[in-house]
Design a protein around this ligand. Structure first.
Ligand code: PEP
Ligand code: MN
Length: 338
């Protein structure tokens, strides 16, 4: 960390900063210029909070030199991480499409969804059994029964499943039911206790971006999971909240190349929750793949108008099939496979 002292900082103030740095187990290097004094804190600077240092008398600003995240940073781990889930891979040359309904409703709906997404080439199946709904009076998900329905339906087409965990008390049940990938939803991206718990298990985690989370906050949330020992983390950009009201969220395409540079972990995109309308999903999916996404998480329902949740944004099986053909062409154009 570099600490820039104010021009009027005196020796007592400089000594105060030095003492604070030494107290945290770091070494100090003082550089006295003609106008300012710079103090370098040498060692594991993550132990030092710039805000704490900036609150000391005579300090103008304190700056970290290295990134506050380490385990998830490409800076420390150059090779791309590839996560294997059953026969699906995330982070290699193949673009992994995960598809299925917003929520698990009935066995019939799940079996029809499974058949449709597998037929068109999806590599994993999604379906929410525990739904984070804005209103407590709307459908909250089928719960544990929904997990069984999801697993059963996906088993008929030999696909692994992705489903959202909202409550840490359900983690053991998720493991017992054989959930292949745990999704942490946008609303829980900074639920640090939940992140710590999924960090202790050996199940891949899809970490969705919070509704208004910065890239740095998102990376720090992933670092929470990695710090517990679970390095199988998949970032999922799902649109952020801005001043724009014409669509549900703004898909942050820029986040894809930025994350690919910042982290060695796979990055996928959810075009369904970004646009919020089925007719936008195709364009956003193509853009995401062209921008370097390692996969897509797409809502598909056998009968979108009858969906119990997010009906507006679900693709029908036919629309999904058309999209997969288009994505295959995009993949070929950029030297990837689907
Ligand atoms: C979902 O994937 O069903 C979902 C609720 O997504 P998000 O957390 O991105 O809103
Ligand atoms: Mn949804």
């Amino acid at each position: 960390m570099i600490i820039v002292m104010q021009p009027e900082a005196n020796e007592e103030m400089i000594a105060g900063v030095e003492a604070k740095i030494l107290l945290h187990g770091l070494n100090v290097h003082v550089s006295r210029g003609t106008e300012r004094t710079l103090i370098g804190a040498i060692g594991d600077e993550r132990k030092l909070d710039p805000k704490v240092i900036e609150s000391l008398p005579g300090v103008e600003r304190a700056l970290h030199i290295v990134k506050p995240y380490k385990l998830v940073a490409r800076e420390w781990h150059h090779a791309q991480t590839v996560i294997q889930v059953g026969n699906a891979t995330l982070g290699d040359n193949a673009v992994c499409v995960i598809a299925g309904p917003c929520s698990v409703e009935t066995d019939e709906q799940m079996l029809a969804s499974a058949a449709a997404v597998a037929r068109s080439g999806a590599r994993m199946m999604r379906g929410g059994a525990f739904k984070p709904r804005t209103s407590p009076y709307t459908f909250q998900g089928k719960g544990v029964e929904g997990l069984t329905m999801l697993k059963n339906a996906a088993a008929t087409v030999h696909l692994p499943v992705v489903t959202e965990l909202m409550d840490v008390r359900m983690l053991d049940t998720f493991l017992e039911k054989g959930v292949d990938v745990i999704q942490i939803g946008a609303r829980n991206m900074q639920n640090f206790d939940l992140l710590k718990e999924v960090g202790r298990v050996d199940v891949p985690v899809v970490l969705k971006r919070g509704l208004s989370a910065t890239i740095s906050e998102w990376l720090m949330s992933a670092e929470y999971i990695a710090a517990g020992g679970n390095h199988k983390i998949i970032f999922c950009e799902r649109g952020i909240r801005t001043f724009e009201t014409a669509y549900r969220n703004v898909l942050d395409i820029t986040a894809i190349p930025v994350l690919k540079r910042e982290t060695h972990l796979p990055v996928i995109v959810d075009p369904s929750h970004a646009g919020g309308k089925a007719w936008m999903v195709s364009a956003l999916s193509c853009a995401a793949v062209a921008a370097g996404a390692d996969g897509l998480l797409i809502e598909v329902h056998p009968s979108p108008v009858n969906a119990w949740c997010d009906a507006d944004q679900a693709l029908s099986p036919d629309e999904f099939s058309v999209l997969m053909k288009k994505l295959s062409a995009v993949c070929t154009a950029i030297g990837r496979t689907l």
